[in-house]
Design a protein around this ligand. Sequence first.
Ligand code: ATP
Ligand code: MG
Length: 441
Amino acid sequence: MDERTNLLSQNNFQEAIFELGKQLLATADVKLLLTQAIDALIEWTGAERGLVILFDESDEELFEIARHKSQKDIERPQNQTSHTLIAQVRKQGTPFFSPNALEDPSLSHSESVMSLHILSVACLPLLKDQNIFGVVYLDHRGFTGAFTEETFIIAQKVTDFISLAAYSALERYQLRRQVRELEGKLGTNEIVIIGQHEKMLRLIQNVNQIAETDVSVLIQGESGTGKELIARLIHHRSKRRARPFIPVNCAALVDTLLESELFGHRKGAFTGALADRVGLFERADSGTVFLDEVSDMSPGLQSKLLRVLQSGEYTRVGENKIRHADVRILAASSTKLSLLVKKNQFREDLYYRLNVVELDVPPLRERKSDIPLLANFFLNKYAIKYHKPDMHFSSGALDKLQNAPLSGNVRQLDNIVQRVVVMCDQECIQPDQLPLEMSSD
Ligand SMILES: Nc1ncnc2c1ncn2[C@@H]1O[C@H](COP(=O)(O)OP(=O)(O)OP(=O)(O)O)[C@@H](O)[C@H]1O
Ligand SMILES: [Mg+2]
């Protein structure tokens, strides 16, 4: 009875695979994970050499680890292993075993099998939902029949298991890579908007169509969905990009203060107006003014804003002199302005002026597939900030976030991730460590 048969018959196998599972799940680094997996596989199957390759949807090879049973890396594995066979399994997605490769008619066309004198060989696909994303390859050059029926059963079982661990590691790696690419843009002063969901892609496409024009844009969406970010993107891609972008929250100021903030005032115009003041429309000076929560403007101010939009004219508080504004106006509202118009709470003419183009930013629950991407983006940000570079989400944690009722949208997700990075002592964030009971802000 050799060692491998022992492994199966003594029923240690379940335990051994369980230990391997624990080890793989605790490993964040994809290369290390693959090395551990292939070393275990070589040991359990009695193979001489092993190789594992992972590739992405466009067939680009992302990882390749080749090991000898002495637990050493194999240099240039392409020249050492049967690439004909690997290519065949990669194409067909079905496992291949041969205890005597030299006499196997299906390998007679393989130059590598012949020239490398490979005697026993096994090659198995790594699958996720029927899709192949990698292959495992094992061989032996010592003697024919090195692989038995049982070897193949072990190889198949362990490979199924490696598929699970490798796929989630690969997913994490790809997310990180995407995030890093996006972050690369940060350094170049680009506005980074994370989102691959088709609703977000369509939104960005619309931004690109209207950014260069000077039309007013009304950006609607629930709280924390990224309305201001979209406004910044429009400005950034417009011909006004070198001029100021000035956001003003219309809900934060009482009416008189908001008027003076927007249009400026003359000294003595009201109690506390100790000096002349330049308004935002003047300071923006060929730039963009972003009116956040525009729905909160009083009727009086609404008509003054309408005048700016129609003729570019306005006056400072306490002054009659007509001034001209050269600004682009972007506005945002988290309540549907059209509903307020129906209820006579917002001027219809102003609504149409602001709403030359309307952009709707979808809430996270309508683009759940973006949640892992956003979560990893924030994780990277805070991992750097709080000096915890190896922190990562377990796939369970990402699933939990994806299905959480994030009523505070992206801002809430950002807060949750920041909190977990600060509080968590382990590198791998588990589902129960997510503070999902948090309120939206
Ligand atoms: N797609 C995204 N990618 C990256 N970060 C985002 C994205 N959307 C929103 N954020 C971030 O989430 C936070 C909230 O976004 P923002 O302030 O633009 O939302 P908002 O809709 O204006 O919110 P509110 O309604 O509360 O004013 C910001 O820190 C922003 O940078
Ligand atoms: Mg906002």
